[in-house]
Design a protein around this ligand. Sequence first.
Ligand code: EPU
Length: 421
Amino acid sequence: MDKLVVEGGKRLKGNVVISGAKNSALPILAATLLTEKESVIENVPQLRDITTMIRILRNLGAKVTQQDDVVTVKPGRQIKHVAPYRYVSVMRASVCLLGPLLGRLKQAEVSMPGGCVIGLRPIDLHLKGFESFGAKIKIEHGNVQAEAKKLKGADIYLGGPFGSSVLATANVMMCATLAEGVTRIESAACEPEIVDLANFLNAMGAKVKGAGSHLIEIEGVQKLHGAHHRVIPDRIEAGTYMVASAITHGDIYLEDCIPEHNNALIDKLSEAGVSFKRLGERKLRVTGKKALRSVDVTTLAYPAFPTDLQAQMMALMTVTPGINVITEKIYPDRFMHISELNRMGSRIFLEGSTAVVTGVKRLSGAPVMASDLRASAALVLAGLVAEGCTEIHRVYHLDRGYERIEEKLISLGAKIWREKE
Ligand code: EPU
């Protein structure tokens, strides 16, 4: 296993190119199974989760090639309908295979995703959606089995206790493209990744309208064909580099990012005193100031502040003078990073799903343990400003979601390296 070592104290400056969005690429790769024909997906980030998805597609019988950021998938006529536990257990997002497999083959069996360090992550909304199409669902031997003689479009309300669900919306939308008649998804997720997936489905010949709003309408078609698609930039990676600039009082130019996808973060960072300058459609300059002001943040579904940037924002708050408050409304238990940040000298107090962060003058480097992808990113950010060296263990979490992170940070002037444990 590898660990990352960060020596704090460098001001980050320069250009960083944002990679394709992991959370767009994963469902889009799953959606390629909706046809036997070949699809070509560009701007696919080279990440552990993507490698896992490619392995699953191959295991199901698809021919997949990967050349740099281009992935070509040709599922062919004969694909299997079972995605085994050994893959699903390492990546929850495998659940988004259910929709395309059920849509195309009228049967799907995917291992039920298990526990997750960021809290309970049920899939009841996904299953409710499939049942509305007339599918029979069974959970046996740890697997979700879905089967239908035929799928009929339906009106489906997908709101859950924490609002809309991204992958449930993706799953139901993918399945509906091949269901008979019209499906209306109410309380659909509005995330940019849903719009990206809908654009890909429409390029395949699907009839999806309204993606990006809470009401998505899909008119089922008999068959889909292959398509070419370019994945949108990763707004969470972009957001992480924005925080990197803020926390190091840096001056970073983000290239190939879509600033509107990060409006909630930009708004909060501006309130904290960070300045932003748009330089064309896909370029943004982010300049951190020495004197940061405290802010309060609540995570909610898009377009509000994303849960996937909560840990990174908390890292910034640890060195922002005054009292900062952060409330997590998507995953109330997503706070594994707090105890690790406190080992570095931060002052964070957790009450329910609200963390109160009192800014300190300095953090001090320490050995810390990464628990999940975004928590790991927060520890790297904290390490960038801590005195001395921070060792981040279990770095494989980071490799699931940040493409070439050390290389990108080094090019911005950070002192960071990987060591074998
Ligand atoms: N929920 C239910 N029932 C369901 C599904 C979800 O109650 O059937 C709840 C969840 O427990 C949570 C809320 O609904 O409280 C929202 O979860 P959602 O379903 O939107 O999460 P997801 O689709 O499984 C995606 C991202 C996550 C990101 C969340 C929220 C992918 C592959 N994953 O997960 O990304 O945190 O949306 O935005 O798209 C990450 O990249 O680090 C990551 C965890």
